[in-house]
Design a protein around this ligand. Structure first.
Ligand code: SF4
Length: 232
């Protein structure tokens, strides 16, 4: 797509209808099923796990998380530990110097009781605002905590979800990440946040690749405006 076409696409973008969103969801469900992941009710663990997931793969993230949990017997112990010990524990997860400082800063900012369970019943906006005020925490991390811990209606928008949703016209081309989160939360039925996130992520990893999307074998090709752009 040329720069001029991209500008036109941005100007022409309209929020998708509920029917169109449902069609996308249904086709993704048919391709990938409905993800089964019961909310685990551990928002603090999810918060730290999401910090560890930055700039690494799932396996290294999980290794770092397990090492952290084995080395310290509580989150209070992590909070009070020298940052070098945290760094050593999470080293397999990469950029451990940055992540260890962030984890300690987050735990210190939450305070003495390290309690986030109030988010289960709090207004979503209050929880989101609280999380985004923690050091280094943005909308994606906040959405991961709320969605995976308590199945609350916030959709994490990572690079895969962002790319697929933008190509499908669900998001405004060029929209900043905060706007993308607002839009995804707006167009996704409350009970479908986890499903939509997981299936868009799967589609981005398996078919709608960043550089060479496999449009010819894509279950969404007949309704995808980006597919049509490439064919013209
Ligand atoms: S048709 Fe192509 S660009 Fe559109 S969602 Fe499918 S793989 Fe992605």
């Amino acid at each position: 797509m040329s720069a001029r076409q991209a500008t036109i696409a941005r100007a022409d973008w309209k929020r998708p209808t509920a029917r169109r969103v449902e069609t996308v969801r249904r086709r993704l469900r048919e391709a990938y099923g409905v993800p089964v992941a019961a909310p685990h009710a551990d928002p603090l663990g999810e918060l730290i796990l999401t910090v560890l997931s930055q700039s690494t793969n799932d396996r290294n993230r999980d290794v770092a998380f397990l090492r952290l949990r084995r080395r310290f017997d509580s989150w209070e112990a992590v909070r009070d530990a020298p940052v070098g010990e945290i760094e050593e524990a999470i080293r397999p997860g990469g950029i451990s110097k940055v992540k260890s400082r962030r984890i300690k800063a987050i735990l210190e900012a939450i305070g003495d009781d390290l309690d986030l369970e109030w988010m289960r019943d709090a207004p979503l906006e209050d929880s989101r605002e609280y999380l985004c005020a923690l050091p280094g925490v943005g909308r994606k991390t906040a959405a991961c905590v709320l969605c995976f811990s308590y199945d609350l209606p916030d959709v994490p928008v990572d690079t895969h979800v962002s790319r697929v949703a933008t190509r499908l016209g669900l998001l405004r081309p060029g929209a900043p990440f905060d706007e993308q989160h607002d839009e995804m939360a707006r167009i996704t039925p409350p009970e479908a946040a986890l499903e939509f996130h997981v299936n868009m992520l799967r589609h981005g990893r398996r078919t709608c690749h960043a550089r060479s999307p496999a449009c010819g074998e894509c279950t969404l090709r007949r309704i995808c405006p980006s597919r049509m752009d490439r064919a013209s």
